[in-house]
Ligand binder design. Structure first.
Ligand SMILES: [Zn+2]
Length: 413
């Protein structure tokens, strides 16, 4: 972090940001004061929650959710130090971090290596690198944590999870107005195929996603689905990334790799160019893979369903190339076209600098699998896995013979 790097929610020159940071700090410290300290760790929880309810209001469940979040932060000492220095994350963000760890495979919960890795990843991810940078959304933080879990989960855990979910994967429940919600739990690859089939059918027939889903299921419609799986070619065993699940488990990555019909080089795609207004499939794949979501500050709509905005209009000479294209959902594309905001895109980093009518500005980081910080994470992941394998190998190794432990350096005289 440089001296001039800070999140916009901690901006020293924005009075609203300054006031809200104080609120976050006070809230954090007051919840911390509620946490039983070590001497009181044995105290009966029911009594403790009852006394807290009397002091601060809220149900025991509400109180427990906040205290659980802080207990999780205690497992992540680097993150705790960062939060207590910057007060950039509010209790909602901290609860989301705790929620993302709820279905942690048992093997990882007890794994010190996992917690060390997660702590490193979150400190890197939640440390600003630019002035007035947008704070990652709770959803983006959740996806980051799930990526770490999937990439480090033992394969047997991953397969077990798939079986568990498959055994209870279809349910329906009704609503007061007589409609019924149908919920299906699928693995990442099938979910991606269903999502794209529904989206394509809805676009082609100008109908809602629910209507498209029903038509596809009941009318025996044949539809061709093309899925873009992103995977680093220069990192051994790199995890794949597929919308909407995000980072894939090793098992899903292997399955996706076996299914791939075409391989496209995204390094080359970064500078691809077409004379037409419509981007080619390769250019679209790059821009979606770089942006991850709509680039409007705080918008979480996926890049896949977003429009590809020519930053400099095509009719004004703006080329159709990734350096001049950014993903904007329909709603925010209208705002940009209406002139309420203007942006500059750094093609080297994928960062977008937004400038608003009132003179405010903010820096938005790219979140897709091709964004430089995600690539860095994949590379460091490979190094961590190697370190973990080395630790495991040492643990498994039989006790070494005196000959093997003999010093190999020069004699001490
Ligand atoms: Zn948007």
């Amino acid at each position: 972090m440089t001296a001039t790097a800070y999140y916009s929610v901690c901006s020293p020159t924005d009075p609203l940001a300054v006031a809200r940071r104080e609120v976050r700090r006070a809230e954090y410290l007051s919840w911390r004061a509620c946490l039983p300290d070590d001497e009181d760790g044995h105290r009966d929880w029911t009594t403790h929650a009852a006394t807290l309810t009397a002091s601060i209001g809220g149900t025991p469940r509400f109180i427990a959710a906040h205290l659980d979040a802080l207990t999780t932060v205690n497992m992540l000492p680097g993150l705790r130090t960062l939060v207590e220095q910057m007060h950039h994350l509010d209790m909602f963000h901290l609860r989301k971090i705790d929620d993302a760890l709820l279905d942690l495979p048992t093997g990882l919960r007890e794994d010190e290596f996992f917690w060390d890795t997660l702590d490193e990843v979150l400190v890197d991810y939640l440390t600003p690198t630019r002035a007035n940078q947008l704070l990652p959304t709770p959803g983006a933080i959740t996806r980051k944590i799930r990526g770490v879990i999937r990439s480090l989960a033992q394969e047997e855990d991953t397969e077990e999870d798939v079986e568990d979910s498959a055994s209870d994967s279809f349910r329906q429940y009704d609503h007061a107005d007589g409609s019924v919600t149908t919920e299906v739990r699928l693995d990442a690859i099938n979910a991606a195929a269903v999502e794209q089939a529904v989206r394509d059918y809805a676009a082609e027939h100008d109908c809602s996603f629910a209507q498209a889903f029903t038509a596809l299921l009941l009318n025996n419609v044949q539809i061709k689905v093309v899925l873009n799986v992103y995977r680093a070619h220069d990192v051994p065993d790199a995890p794949g990334w597929l919308y909407p699940a995000g980072w894939l488990s090793p098992d899903c990555t292997r399955r996706a790799a076996r299914m791939a019909a075409t391989v496209r080089d995204m390094d080359e795609a970064a500078t691809a160019h077409t004379g037409s207004y419509r981007p080619t499939g390769t250019i679209r794949a790059f821009v979606e893979g770089r942006d991850g979501t709509c680039r409007w500050p705080g918008c979480t709509r996926s890049a896949v369903s977003a429009q590809k905005d020519h930053r400099v209009n095509h009719r004004d000479g703006g080329p159709t190339t990734p350096a001049n294209l950014a993903c904007l959902c329909q709603h925010h594309h209208n705002r940009k076209s209406g002139g309420q905001a203007f942006y500059v895109l750094d093609p080297a980093t994928g960062e977008v600098f937004w400038l608003f009518e009132d003179g405010r500005w903010v820096c938005d980081d790219a979140e897709g699998p091709l964004a430089p910080k995600q690539r860095r994470w994949v590379q460091s992941l490979a190094q961590r896995r190697a370190r973990r394998a080395e630790r495991a190998r040492k643990r498994r190794a039989p006790s070494t013979s005196p000959k093997e432990t003999a010093p190999t350096g020069p004699p001490p005289f």
